[in-house]
Design a protein around this ligand. Structure first.
Ligand code: PLP
Length: 357
């Protein structure tokens, strides 16, 4: 079986561990372990008869619900079959410019989206050396910003860095088109200093892409949305198939976004659990976790990460995310999701054992 380029491939992990996929403790996919919320199941149960009809091609009700949350009119929202589908159309739009700057290491799917439309991608390295992950100097590497575009990700996968509005807005002011993937933004207790959603109405060259997958733990439903200028989103809508958002996914959104109890529970779990995981990993002398703003940590290791991954699977049935699909990281980094305190401790204990070999 080929080594996966995304996290969460339990069939691959189980084949190595010699067990069932359900026996694997999965730290490789950065999904909220508290979800999905029961409110989602109730909404699906109520909506399942709706699968007998085609979904609304314009997702009118869904748009309205998302628009209220984002504080924009409904035409400024485009729901999608996960953020991944919307990133495809972002790739098409970005490819019209002379070059597209990508801060790397980056989520591997950006390459797919950009290559599909022949974009000239310039890989601009983030600096991972100090306490903070620093954005590259895009302009030096790309040239005239009025002819170039950027695809950014905040908070950033895989480093966990969160960049402030003050750091990002000057890029929106200078570059021809800026797409910001905020797939992990909901994990921040206060999004106000970080999210560019409030600036979309002011800059028609800015698009923000959001996902419900991670926070609500529904990767199988496929739910994301873009916030951008109506003219641009109408163009994207004309490029896609007629029914990109399925009826069940559309039906649960009001329940998910209205579930304040789940939201608060998640934020109350994340901060102390992440701090505990960070501490326990820091205690292992061969590891250096980077501080992270989201629900995962990137960890530098003095041991080979693929070797650690294999030993963890074979000896402990634990799956971590190697970073071989991020060419700039290679075999000296791995990424782990934050889970319950007990699971986090199980990971750190297992790492201490496999790390001495
Ligand atoms: C940074 C980033 N953006 C987008 C996605 C895809 O999200 P979705 O499941 O909504 O397609 C992922 C999934 O891993 C991701 O890491």
């Amino acid at each position: 079986m080929r080594r996966p380029t995304h996290g969460g491939n339990l069939a691959w992990a189980a084949a190595i561990a010699g067990c069932q996929p359900t026996d694997i403790l999965d730290f490789s996919a950065s999904i909220n372990p508290l979800g999905p919320p029961p409110s989602a199941w109730d909404a699906i149960a109520r909506a399942w008869q709706s699968v007998r009809a085609y979904p609304d091609p314009d997702s009118r009700h869904l748009r309205q619900v998302l628009a209220e949350v984002c504080g924009v009119p409904a035409e400024w929202i485009l729901p999608g079959n996960g953020a991944a589908e919307l990133l495809t159309w972002a790739g098409r739009d970005l490819s019209r410019w002379d070059a597209v700057g990508l801060a790397v290491p980056a989520f591997a799917d950006y390459d797919r989206a950009l290559k599909s439309f022949g974009a000239k991608t310039v890989r601009c390295r983030l600096s991972l050396e100090g306490d903070r992950v620093l954005l590259p100097d895009f302009e030096t590497q790309l040239g005239d910003p009025s002819r170039c575009a950027l695809l950014l990700n905040n908070p950033h996968n895989p480093t966990g860095a969160g960049w402030t509005i003050a750091e990002l807005l000057p890029l929106v002011e200078r570059f021809a088109l800026v797409v910001v993937d905020e797939a992990f933004m909901d994990f921040l207790p206060d999004t106000a200093p970080y999210s560019l959603v409030p600036f979309v109405a002011q800059f028609d060259n800015l698009v923000v892409v959001r996902s419900l997958t991670k926070f609500y733990s529904v990767p199988g439903l496929r739910l994301g949305y873009a916030i951008g200028h109506p003219h641009r989103l109408q163009r994207w809508q004309q490029w896609r198939d007629p029914w990109p958002v399925n009826a069940l996914a559309a039906a649960i959104v009001p329940a998910l976004l209205g579930d304040t109890e789940f939201h608060q529970k998640t934020l109350a779990w994340l901060e102390p659990a992440r701090a505990q995981l960070y501490r326990e990993l820091t205690d292992l002398s061969f590891l250096r976790p980077l501080p992270g703003a989201a629900n995962f940590l990137l960890v530098e290791t003095h041991r080979s990460a693929p070797q650690l991954q294999e030993n963890l699977l074979k000896q402990h049935r634990i799956l971590i995310r190697d970073c071989l699909s991020f060419p700039e990281l290679g075999d000296r980094y791995f990424r782990v999701a934050v889970k319950s305190p007990a699971d986090n401790h199980r990971l750190a204990t297992a790492l201490a054992k496999v790390g001495v070999n």
